[in-house]
Design a protein around this ligand. Structure first.
Ligand SMILES: Cc1cc2nc3c(=O)[nH]c(=O)nc-3n(C[C@H](O)[C@H](O)[C@H](O)COP(=O)(O)OP(=O)(O)OC[C@H]3O[C@@H](n4cnc5c(N)ncnc54)[C@H](O)[C@@H]3O)c2cc1C
Length: 415
């Protein structure tokens, strides 16, 4: 195999890798994506946030996605027993996209890579990064193809967008345990033959079983629906049987959806991902940057994964471009701080979801329209808007409002 020398090597062709590649290719750099799988390939992460539309638009990948006809997502519904909380992205505090999609990721990601290939981006499928050496900033990455042959790619930068492959975190000892509690998920796709007509059938819904556990229902435009159960690792481990038996038992916990999914066939054996939250010691180093899930993953409850994957990829690509143009980049400030600011907002929401405080806000009646708009902007992925107090005071405000709700409830009981 021939060795190569390029500007930027991108590891992984998920949304993160594709957005970075598109930006750099549009700006004329010599890049290559190395992707372990053959596309289309399955990956979880099917509910997008409006914020990621900005990223796809900016790098010229939106039109190819629009042509597919994915299910439009213009909000999200949370239900708990008879209580319902609907978010409508058109009624959010921050200006920006008020819709996005619910997507089978195999098709979504395949659309992105096909578009990049058409534009001449060099993508090698079924080739895997197995080792990397740095001489100052210049990297020499060893790639193994499906026949087991090796080659070396020399690059000025590596963007690690390898998702749960977590290539550089493993090779450079950057892994760090997540500070979030250990949660896991079991999920599959079903042919949704009992799907109700209209919005009721296609609305993305999170059925809150109790403070710790919930079920996602993500209908796609092709008649298939993604269902997944989430909860503490120990609790999920307490179910007996194989993953099909486990998920079948879990579905019984959902009064709302049990009938709809009771007798439908699972399209593949449910997948069990244990302790899905991931973190790293640092997001960049000399000659490399981590984006998407390779850097950090919190929790699926607010569907922030793909949006962080594209936000970080686009920013990483822009900063690399700056450096290749001999401008100085302060990676700590311009990359880590920006990404961490957003991650920290969502991390507070995730934490407060599982303490029950955020659920209190969602289901409290009457709703406070101002608070609803501000939280809605966060759920749409606009977590860098400094005019939104539910962004700037993320670590205090949810607790405070939940406390006020408790006090109000106590007063009502005393009355
Ligand atoms: C249970 C669960 C539910 C989720 N639900 C949602 C959701 O509803 N919405 C959402 O936005 N996010 C969700 N996520 C998160 C989502 O899966 C990820 O955030 C998203 O896929 C990250 O995109 P990425 O481009 O970083 O990585 P990926 O899309 O995972 O792509 C990484 C690519 O790298 C390739 N690769 C790996 N190792 C190597 C290697 N050694 N060499 C070359 N290539 C390699 C892989 O084959 C893969 O194609 C969920 C996650 C979990 C665990």
């Amino acid at each position: 195999m021939n060795d190569e020398s390029i500007d930027v090597l991108i590891v992984g062709a998920g949304p993160s890798g594709c957005v970075a590649a598109s930006y750099l290719h549009n700006n004329g750099y010599r890049i290559k994506i190395v992707e372990k799988s053959l596309f289309p390939r399955f990956v979880i992460g099917e509910s997008l946030l409006p914020r990621c539309m900005d990223h796809f638009e900016e790098v010229g990948l939106l039109d190819c996605l629009k042509n597919i006809g994915f299910e439009v997502k213009s909000g999200a519904r949370f239900i708990k027993g008879s209580q319902v909380c609907n978010f409508d992205f058109s009624k959010k505090h921050t200006k920006g996209w008020d819709w996005t999609w619910q997507v089978p990721r195999a098709d979504f990601d395949h659309t992105l890579v096909k578009e990049l290939k058409t534009r001449g981006v060099n993508i090698a499928f079924e080739e895997e990064v197995i080792a990397v050496d740095f001489e100052d900033e210049i990297s020499k990455t060893t790639i193994r193809d499906k026949e087991g042959k090796h080659k070396v790619i020399t690059a000025k930068y590596i963007i690690d967008s390898s998702g749960y492959g977590r290539v550089l975190p493993r090779l450079l000892d950057l892994e760090k345990p997540s500070e979030l509690p250990k949660h896991s998920s079991i999920f599959t796709h079903v042919k949704d033959i009992y799907r109700p007509k209209g919005n009721e059938g296609t609305l993305i819904t999170f059925d809150v079983i109790d403070t710790q556990t919930w079920l996602w229902v993500i209908p796609f435009s092709n008649g298939v629906t993604s269902i997944g159960y989430v909860g503490p690792t120990e609790f999920l481990d307490s179910f007996v049987g194989d993953t099909t038996e486990k998920l079948t038992q879990m579905l019984r916990h959902s009064d709302y959806f049990y009938k709809r999914f009771e007798n439908v066939e699972f399209l593949f054996d449910p997948i069990h991902i244990k302790n899905y939250s991931k973190s790293v010691k640092q997001l960049y180093g000399k000659g490399y940057v981590l984006t998407g899930n390779s850097a950090e993953f919190l929790d699926p409850v607010f569907s922030s994964g793909v949006t962080f994957a594209t936000e970080s990829a686009l920013l990483a690509a822009k900063l690399i471009t700056k450096e290749l143009q001999k401008e100085t980049v302060n990676w700590e400030q311009e990359y880590t701080e920006h990404i961490k600011n957003g991650v920290n907002v969502f991390a507070s929401y995730v934490r407060e979801w599982y303490t029950g405080n955020l659920q209190k806000l969602f289901f409290h009646r009457p709703e406070n329209p101002q608070i609803k708009k501000q939280i809605c902007a966060v759920l749409a992925g606009y977590v860098w808007d400094k005019t939104n107090p539910f962004v700037t005071k993320h670590n205090r405000l949810i607790k405070t409002v939940a406390h006020l709700i408790d006090m109000e409830n106590d007063t009502i009981i005393e009355d």
